[in-house]
Design a protein around this ligand. Structure first.
Ligand code: SF4
Ligand code: SF4
Length: 365
């Protein structure tokens, strides 16, 4: 398993994590075995916006003895008093729900306490007015909440909240369908979504990814907005290529499904290539590098995707990206304008010209 560091908190987070929307559907023993199997194979990051209350005792049973080695996202706004998941903006309901979740999980602390599911500015105003943010901050002061998280599907709302609260982890819906304006939660234009990724990378806020398969639609040609099926591995790579992203959180309800996810770590590079989606690129995104590296190999050994990522981040004000760019063994200065990448890029990026632009920009920096 490969791990990525949350620069805000220092946590080492497995790039494959687990969501908990469906685990309750498995039979009890298989569910506990599934969670334990994930942990034994290096998965250490778990989201607990569960689909049903019955998920919590399963986690409690699976991880009570290794609690200090697993990292939980717990959501202030998820209510399980009716048995299944419900969304709440009521402080008293949330207090009771969080206390109940901690009891079921056999723990007395929360790694990431999440401001839960804020998709509208009005939700956020109510959240604050009802004292829920203050409650999270009070628990943080007491050391019960270690770090603050935020989950949302809406770029504009995310930006407002990041302006107001020191968030350490964002849970965001990242997949090619939403980035290309397709699907139920395709909120925000391409530029707004890119701005979220870049801000998180710049500020060291980690992103954990919900809905990496667009609720399974991207894996099925009949349901996919692109009319083609992607593999889970192409979707995972797509999300992990985005600036700021630390891990993906797909669901699993069996040992076998966990094994399928773990196999991502062993895939060949060519099997992770998702550049076939280029055909469906919306007009406003055409000609923009998505860092996929489909255009490799560069005869000069330039990591084209990485050079472009650092450039975009540096232009967005990320000083660390400037430092990273300068430490690359090969950068835009090494480009000989052979044109290989231009002919290979399915996203219509005129990359050789972009390399000149990049070299010039960093020379002036
Ligand atoms: S230039 Fe095109 S193929 Fe190369 S990394 Fe960028 S988007 Fe991918
Ligand atoms: S044009 Fe430059 S970046 Fe592209 S393949 Fe040739 S040398 Fe590499």
């Amino acid at each position: 398993m490969r791990y990525r560091t949350n620069r805000r908190t220092g946590d080492q987070i497995s790039e494959i994590g687990l969501g908990s929307a469906y685990i309750y559907k498995a039979d009890h023993d298989e569910a506990v075995r599934t969670l334990r199997h994930a942990f034994s194979n290096g998965i250490n990051y778990f989201d607990l916006a569960a689909g049903d209350a019955s998920a919590f005792p399963l986690y409690g049973e699976a991880f009570a003895d290794v609690r200090d080695r697993v990292i939980y996202q717990i959501h202030f706004g998820a209510d399980y008093s009716a048995g299944e998941y419900g969304w709440s903006l009521d402080l008293d309901t949330i207090r009771k729900s969080v206390a109940w979740q901690l009891e079921q999980l056999h723990t007395d602390y929360i790694d990431y306490g999440f401001i839960h599911c804020q998709d509208e500015d009005s939700d956020w105003e109510t959240y604050k007015k009802n004292g829920i943010l203050d409650y999270i901050l009070e628990l943080k002061k007491k050391g019960i909440v270690r770090h603050i998280g935020l989950s949302s599907h809406t770029p504009s709302v995310i930006m407002h909240i990041l302006d107001e609260v020191k968030v350490d982890m964002l849970m965001f819906s990242v997949n090619p369908a939403y980035d290309y304006g397709q699907g139920e939660f395709a909120f925000g234009a391409d530029a707004e979504r890119r701005a979220v990724y870049e801000r998180c990378e710049k500020d060291g806020i980690g992103i954990s990814v919900m809905k990496p398969f667009c609720a399974g639609q991207l894996l099925d040609a009949d349901q996919s907005p692109f009319g083609i099926a992607l593999t889970p591995y192409q979707c995972i790579r797509y999300a992990l290529d985005k600036p700021g992203v630390l891990c993906v959180l797909p669901g699993a309800q069996s040992v076998q499904e966990v094994d399928t996810l773990l196999a991502y770590e062993k895939q060949k590079e060519e099997d992770l290539d998702y550049s076939m989606i280029a055909e469906y690129t919306p007009k406003e995104s055409a000609g923009k590098c998505v860092y996929c590296n489909h255009c490799r190999p560069c005869p000069m050994g330039i990591d084209i995707g990485l050079v472009n990522k650092y450039y975009d981040l540096a232009k967005a004000g990320d000083e660390l990206a400037v430092t990273h760019y300068r430490t690359l063994e090969k950068n835009a200065d090494d480009c000989i304008k052979c044109g290989h990448c231009d002919s290979r890029c399915p996203f219509h990026v005129h990359q050789s010209a972009r390399m000149s632009e990049i070299a010039e920009w960093f020379a002036k920096k």
